[in-house]
Design a protein around this ligand. Sequence first.
Ligand code: UDP
Ligand code: MG
Length: 328
Amino acid sequence: MSVVVPCFNEEAVLPETHGRLVGVLEKVPELGFELIYVDDGSRDATLEVLRELQRSDARVRVIALSRNFGQQIAFTAGLAEASGDVAAILDADLQDPPEVLPEMLERWRCGADVAYGVRTQRDGESVFKRWTSKAFHKFNNRISEISIPLDTGEFRLMDQRVVNAFLNMPERHRFLRSMVAWSGFQQEPIYFRRPHRAAGQTKWSRSMMLQQAANGIFSFSLLPLRLAVWAGLIAIGLAFFGIGYALVAHLLTDAWVSGWTLLFIAILLLSGGQFMFIGIIGEYIGRIFNEVKQRPLYLVRERLGFPSPSPKEEPLQGPAAGSAPFNG
Ligand code: UDP
Ligand code: MG
């Protein structure tokens, strides 16, 4: 089993996280495991702490990214190096309790391809965060082709073939829970209570959360684009009424000039709508632009504790060469 843990400025919590993970996994009979910590460009002593852990425990692998790429990319970098038959991902701050892992493993041994954590209760998260998260998931499920289960984060265990499916999606704007849901296979929920962060502060700002919500929606739904068509049709329908009104007012009454208020409102509304939809189209074009550039998803500065050199560290090859999805 491979366990992937993204770490961004987590020096305060990592020794405890490692202790709890090892304690739990060693108790599972007949389980060999590796722990892959991904340092996502931390500015504190995270990397030194990880080096220290690696020196004292040969099951620890460390990947240091060249800068901060974000949690989603950190997961990807870790999974790309996971050699287990099964891989789990969890946050470094112990909000995804390692004690749930044996139950997830048991599900996998009984045939599930994905066992994902569902939070029955969320301690220490603000009302704002819980509310916006819920609203986002409901909205997302309504408009996307792929539904994601409510109260689910990234905490999950995946069979190797699901991991491979995930790694074969080269897209830049990554949203793991939707991408895994998209892959299908047999996915089962495991319920757990989400505790407080064990130490340190949240590494997700509000703008990062918004960005992530946008990834969830724009990468999995074309509905915002289709809205433009519907808004356009409604505007045309209203325009027919306007034409009728203008003709009647012009031909049959002498109150023609007084119609300017309506004209003013119509111009404001329609130009506002047009700007909005240009913005939505721009959002998709921006994403196309990002994909077309074909940059690598991330760069690795350092790898520690891996038994073999990374297959992904081969020199860049054209897409036809195939084998290295993350080097574009
Ligand atoms: N994280 C990361 N890169 C980032 C932000 C966060 O690797 O740019 C990691 C972080 O170290 C933690 C996980 O992602 O292991 C979840 O972050 P956090 O606990 O701060 O988010 P929250 O639980 O508050 O949503
Ligand atoms: Mg957290």
